[in-house]
Design a protein around this ligand. Structure first.
Ligand code: AMP
Ligand code: TRP
Length: 337
């Protein structure tokens, strides 16, 4: 007798990135490169979270350019628009609509406890707008609309995913099962890249010191120069050890690019100075970024193709998300015609 084997639905993942500033190699090795690996294993949805970006005042022309650039970058790093749903959040109206429904099911106290709100309202004390406060609700809508199993995020976003779970569980228990309760997926392989100027801090695109970070748009000369200027120590030993934060950071970066272990790197650079090692790191990073940068320029230059791909992504995202929105509205008592 033949056995009926049920093939389980492939796991689904969703993540979004804000189109603010040019991402650094920290974003790339810490997050984006893992997205590329993930598309082989799961059904993936990736979005440019432009509605989130306006919680901080944006210049319209600059925002428009940054949305295009971030979308182009997602394609350039190797996310396949035929295999994944890649879209721009503001082009899919279900996000804002579900966000209101969820806002009425989220407590003021819960949102007040979000550490990102506390940090950002201090940093932008002149513009503590309601959107900054309700931002996690919009993020919950982004997620729950697509019924994902996993939400890959950095540690800083974990609290928001936990809140999303609470909102989903509460909604399901009040109105009946509507949303998949997702798990945060903190990436194991993601390297943590630190500032080249202060290796006790994480590399950040908002650093005032341009030499502290390598942006994905930096050309080879710039990358080599920034690596050359990276802070190290006076020991002149390429080895991974406590207290050698600068060298450790460069070794982690080199390892992330080449796949070599620390022991292999130590052996390869035995007896060599930091100058040689820094050049090797710079060369390796530049070589890894070169094809990404080439594709990035290509996508950006063909505006019609870029917008056609946005439209394709938005339509697909709308088709999936409107089913969830319909279900949620119906359960809440709205008249669906
Ligand atoms: P952000 O640019 O801070 O909004 O972060 C976007 C994503 O990139 C998050 O998943 C972060 O955890 C990740 N990320 C940002 N900076 C770094 C870094 N220096 N090293 C590793 N991952 C990072
Ligand atoms: N808030 C996230 C960040 O700043 C971006 C984001 C928006 C997001 N919506 C999301 C991440 C949904 C994961 C899932 O990095």
């Amino acid at each position: 007798m033949s056995e009926i084997v049920e093939t389980p639905r492939p796991k689904r993942a969703l993540s979004c990135i804000q189109p603010t500033g040019t991402p650094t190699i920290g974003n790339y090795f810490g997050a984006l490169r893992n997205w590329v690996a993930m598309q082989e294993e799961m059904d993936c949805f990736f979005a440019v979270a432009d509605l989130h970006a306006i919680t901080v005042r944006q210049d319209p022309a600059k925002l428009r350019q940054q949305i295009r650039e971030m979308f182009a970058l997602l394609l350039a790093i190797g996310l396949d628009p035929e295999k994944n749903v890649i879209f721009v959040q503001s082009q899919v109206p279900t996000h804002a609509e579900l966000s209101w429904l969820l806002a009425c099911n989220t407590q003021f106290g819960e949102l007040s406890r979000m550490t990102q709100f506390k940090d950002k309202s201090q940093k932008h004390a002149d513009n503590v707008n309601a959107g900054l406060f309700t931002y996690p609700v919009l993020m919950a809508a982004d997620i729950l609309l697509y019924q994902p199993d996993y939400v890959p995020v950095g540690a800083d976003q974990k609290q928001h995913v936990e809140l999303t779970r609470d909102i989903a569980e509460r909604f399901n228990s009040v109105y009946g099962n509507t949303f998949t309760v997702p798990e945060p997926y903190i990436m194991k392989k993601g390297a943590k890249v630190r500032s080249l100027q202060d290796p006790t801090k994480k590399m950040s695109k908002s650093d005032e010191n341009q030499n502290a970070f390598i942006s994905l748009k930096d050309d080879k000369d710039t990358i080599l120069r920034k690596c050359k200027r990276a802070v190290t120590d006076s020991e002149a030993c390429v080895c991974y050890r406590e207290g050698k934060d600068g060298v450790n950071n460069l070794m982690e970066l080199y390892s992330a690019v080449t796949g070599q272990s620390f022991e292999e790197i130590e052996r390869a650079f035995e007896g060599k100075g930091y100058g040689d090692f820094k050049m090797a790191v710079g060369e390796a990073v530049a070589a890894e970024l070169a094809p990404v940068q080439e594709r990035f320029a290509m996508y950006l230059q063909d505006k019609a193709q870029l917008e056609a791909l946005m439209k394709q992504g938005a339509e697909h995202a709308y088709a999936v998300s409107s089913r969830t929105l319909y279900k949620a509205k119906k359960k809440m008592g709205f008249v669906m015609v």
